[in-house]
Ligand binder design. Structure first.
Ligand code: SAM
Length: 313
């Protein structure tokens, strides 16, 4: 079975063209969405357990500590649309607080999502669940079965940081146009050493997560990336206020795929992910420009991460 909506026969020319254009660009790059095949989703779960990867546990602590306030702000009975739901664990922890009338988890890693929702349905039989295996960066046009009543886009984990700020603004506007309020987690600028370690952990789990992209590309494109010829790079770029992840060629290497090839010189990189870090004011400005009212904001004791609830203006 396909482990991802991009797999095997489902590979469309659009995806192929996008990937090949990225790989052939002077500075090669791929969208971070391709990091998530079934194994990528599991590796991301492992990343969340790492001592260096503070975002997941910091965000969870904010929900733990301020759950009642957040629930009071959001109110019960929303249509909870979980963007990049993964294993759905974050939303599931909020069900008792938010009591959504419908839960709509969306993820590109479709089989992983469906397995998670099957389990969740047994735990919460009273919540209507509609899992959608789709690429939300392509469209937020949701099927008619998604209720239009009090839509709340739940976008945790600072996944908004994967978009450059102008694209993040456009994405927030699209949620606004889809009649959604927002419950969003945003990672904040902090000590660079903390950021560097979070995306280049000692155990090498993030390296495996990044390298697994090449397995995914091999399947999607019929390519012959040899993972042993590549190494992970993950670091904070202070000029751009973003974490960058790259895969770097250990030596000169020729990569072939169906209908094409590219030579990568030693040290040449494929840019695989950005994770922009915001200041509270910077993100508040983005929300305002996207058409949201000033948000209710909750942070942790160190001000490392924030959760915002924003209503449409
Ligand atoms: C960083 S993980 C976050 C998972 C979970 N929401 C959390 O906060 O721990 C990003 C998730 O979004 C999904 N994803 C990434 N890009 C996507 C896209 N364009 N469309 C749909 N899902 C996407 C991935 O498969 C993955 O499950």
């Amino acid at each position: 079975m396909a482990d991802n909506i991009h797999s095997s026969a489902a590979v469309t020319n659009v995806i192929r063209d996008e990937l090949i254009a990225g790989l052939c660009a002077p500075t090669a790059s791929t969208s971070p969405k391709y990091l998530y095949d079934a194994l990528g989703s599991k590796l991301f779960e492992a990343i969340c357990e790492l001592p260096e990867y503070y975002p997941t546990r910091t965000e969870a602590a904010i929900f733990e500590r301020h759950g009642d306030d957040i629930a009071a702000s959001v109110g019960a009975g929303a249509t909870l649309i979980d963007l990049g739901a993964g294993n759905c664990a974050k939303a599931a922890r909020l069900f008792p607080l938010l009591a959504p009338s419908q839960y709509v988890p969306i993820d590109i890693s479709a089989d992983f999502l469906h397995a998670a929702v099957t389990q969740l349905g047994r735990q919460f039989p009273d919540i209507a669940m509609l899992p959608l295996g789709m690429d939300f960066s392509a469209t937020l046009d949701l099927p008619p079965a998604v209720s239009r009543t009090r839509r709340l886009f739940f976008y945790p984990g600072s996944s908004i940081g994967n978009f450059p700020p102008d694209e993040a603004l456009a994405f927030l506007r699209r949620m606004r146009e889809a009649d959604g309020d927002l419950l969003i987690g945003v990672d904040l600028v902090k000590d660079h050493a903390v950021l560097d370690a979070a995306y280049d952990d000692a155990l090498g789990v993030t390296a495996s997560f990044n390298l697994n992209l090449l397995n995914h590309l091999n399947r999607l494109l019929g390519a012959d990336f040899n993972l042993r010829e590549w190494r992970h790079r993950g670091f904070f770029n202070p000029q751009q206020s973003r974490i960058e992840m790259h895969l770097e060629a250990r030596r000169d290497t020729l990569v072939r795929w169906q209908g094409g090839e590219r030579r990568f010189g030693e040290g040449e990189r494929i840019h695989t992910e950005n994770s922009y870090k915001y200041t509270p004011d910077g993100f508040a400005g983005l929300l305002r420009r996207a058409g949201y009212q000033p948000a209710h904001v909750w942070t942790d004791e160190r001000d490392w991460f924030m959760v915002c609830h924003a209503r449409r203006s």
